[in-house]
Ligand binder design. Structure first.
Ligand code: SAM
Ligand code: SF4
Length: 367
C-alpha cells in the first residue's frame, strides 16, 4: 500500500535526499519494495524503462505537437498524484530502473514536486537508478533546486531554435527568455541538461550546426529528433518532415562525426563531434528500425499503458488499480500487458490521406 501524501516543506539549502524523512513516514514503515519477478516481453526484451505522462496539458502549442485549439482531457480522467505514485512504484517493483516524467508539460501539473519527492525514495533505496524528466523548460527556474534536491541528476529540455522569433513561431508562445533562464537555473543546481530539438524542414534546418556548437559550448548534449506522425495537428506534416540522414550528411561537411557504440534501448544513436568534444544524438523513428533493443513502455496520464509508441494496443491500468486496494491484480494486469508488447512499430506519414498513423498526440502518450 502507498503511504499518505504528506510532504513537509524543507529548507532549500538541505541537500541530502531522504524521502522517508521528508515525507513524514514513520521510521518503522518499510519503504523498500518486496522482491518480485522482472518484466520480460515475448521477444526476450527486459522492460527496465518507464515513461510516465503526468498531464496532457501544456503551456506551449508547438506546431508539430499540438493544435492551437486543443481539447484537453477532463481533470477527473487524470490519475491523481497518489495513483501516479502507486502505478510507477509497481513498475519499479518489477525491475524498472529508469523513470522519466513527461507530458504534456510535466511542470505545469499542480504539485508535481510532491510526486517527484515521493518517487525519490526509490532512488534512495537503490531500486531506481535514475529519475528524470522531459520538459519545455518554461517552469524550470522555479523548480530546478528542488529537482536537484530530490536526486534528479539529468533532464531533457526541448528547444528547437536559438532564435527568439523562430521560437515564438514554433511554440506559438513568446517564452524563449524564460526557457533560457530555466536552463541556467538547472545548470546552476548541478543538473546536467540534454537538449532535444525536432528537425523541421524550412524552419530550423540551417540552424542545427550553430545549435550544436552552442549546446556543446555550454556543456550540454544535443539530440535531434525526426517529426513523428502522432495525432492530428493544424498543418500538413509531410511539409515539415526532414530526414535526419540529410541533416547528418550536412553536419558531416562541417564536423567530424565519430559513431559511438552507446545504446539506450531507445531510438537514439550517438556520435561524438570531434571539433566541439560534445555528443550529438539522432532519433530517427522514421528511417531507422530501433525496435529490436526496445526496453520501454509508456504510461499515459489516464493510466493507460502503451507497450509501443507506434501502436494502438494498450492496457487500462487505471480501472484495474481503482478496482482493488491490493496490488496483486495490478501486477497481473501488468504481466498480461507486457505479454502483448509487439515486436516493432509501423510509423508512416500517409502521403495520400495526410493522416497520422497513430491518432493520439505525443502529449498524451508522453514523448
Ligand atoms: N512538454 C515537454 C517537452 O516539450 O519537452 C515534454 C513532452 S513533449 C511531447 C516530449 C518531446 O516530444 C519534445 O522533445 C517534443 O519536441 C517531442 N515531440 C512532440 N511531438 C512530436 C512529434 N510529432 N514528432 C517528434 N517529436 C515530437
Ligand atoms: Fe508542449 Fe512539449 Fe508538445 Fe511543445 S512538444 S506543445 S512543449 S508537450
Amino acid at each position: 500500500m502507498t503511504q499518505p501524501f504528506h510532504i513537509r516543506k524543507h529548507p532549500s539549502h538541505e541537500r541530502a535526499v531522504s524521502a522517508s524523512r521528508m515525507l513524514d513516514i514513520p521510521a518503522n514503515v518499510q519503504t523498500s519494495l518486496p522482491a518480485r519477478s522482472g518484466l520480460t516481453d515475448p521477444f526476450g526484451r527486459r522492460v527496465t524503462y518507464l515513461r510516465v505522462s503526468v498531464t496532457d496539458r501544456c503551456d506551449f502549442r508547438c506546431v508539430y505537437c499540438m493544435a492551437e485549439d486543443m481539447q484537453f482531457l477532463p481533470k477527473r480522467d487524470l490519475l491523481t498524484l497518489e495513483e501516479l505514485d502507486r502505478l510507477s512504484s509497481a513498475f519499479v517493483e518489477r525491475g524498472v530502473r529508469r523513470l522519466r516524467l513527461t507530458g504534456g508539460e510535466p511542470l505545469v501539473r499542480r504539485n508535481l514536486m510532491q510526486l517527484v519527492r515521493r518517487l525519490s525514495r526509490h532512488l534512495e533505496s537503490g531500486a531506481l537508478q535514475e529519475l528524470t524528466l522531459t520538459t519545455n523548460g518554461s517552469q524550470l527556474a522555479q523548480h530546478a533546486a528542488e529537482l536537484a534536491d530530490c536526486g534528479v541528476r539529468r533532464i531533457n529540455v526541448s528547444l528547437d531554435t536559438m532564435n527568439p522569433e523562430r521560437f515564438r513561431q514554433i511554440t506559438r508562445r513568446d517564452q524563449f527568455a524564460r526557457v533560457m533562464d530555466g536552463i541556467r537555473a538547472a545548470q546552476a543546481s548541478g543538473i546536467r541538461i540534454k537538449l532535444n530539438a525536432v528537425a523541421l524542414k524550412g524552419v530550423n534546418e540551417f540552424e542545427l550546426s550553430e545549435m550544436t556548437r552552442w549546446a556543446h559550448g555550454e556543456n550540454m548534449d544535443l539530440t535531434l529528433i525526426e517529426t513523428m506522425p502522432l495525432g492530428e495537428i493544424d498543418e500538413d506534416r509531410t511539409d515539415r518532415y526532414l530526414p535526419l540522414s540529410t541533416v547528418r550528411h550536412r553536419l558531416a561537411q562541417e564536423f567530424t562525426l565519430t559513431d559511438l557504440p552507446e545504446r539506450t534501448g531507445g531510438p537514439a544513436r550517438y556520435v561524438q563531434v570531434e571539433e566541439t568534444g560534445g555528443k550529438l544524438g539522432f532519433i530517427t523513428p522514421m528511417t531507422h528500425n530501433f525496435c529490436e533493443g526496445c526496453n520501454r513502455v509508456r504510461l499515459t496520464c489516464t493510466g493507460t499503458l502503451y507497450m509501443c509508441l507506434g501502436q494502438e494496443d494498450a492496457a487500462d491500468l487505471r480501472s484495474v488499480m481503482r478496482g482493488s486496494e491490493s496490488d496483486e491484480t495490478l501486477h497481473r494486469a501488468i504481466d498480461e500487458a507486457i505479454s502483448r508488447k509487439p515486436k516493432g512499430h509501423d510509423f508512416v506519414i500517409d502521403r495520400t490521406t495526410k493522416r497520422p498513423a497513430v491518432s493520439r498526440h505525443m502529449s498524451v502518450t508522453g514523448g
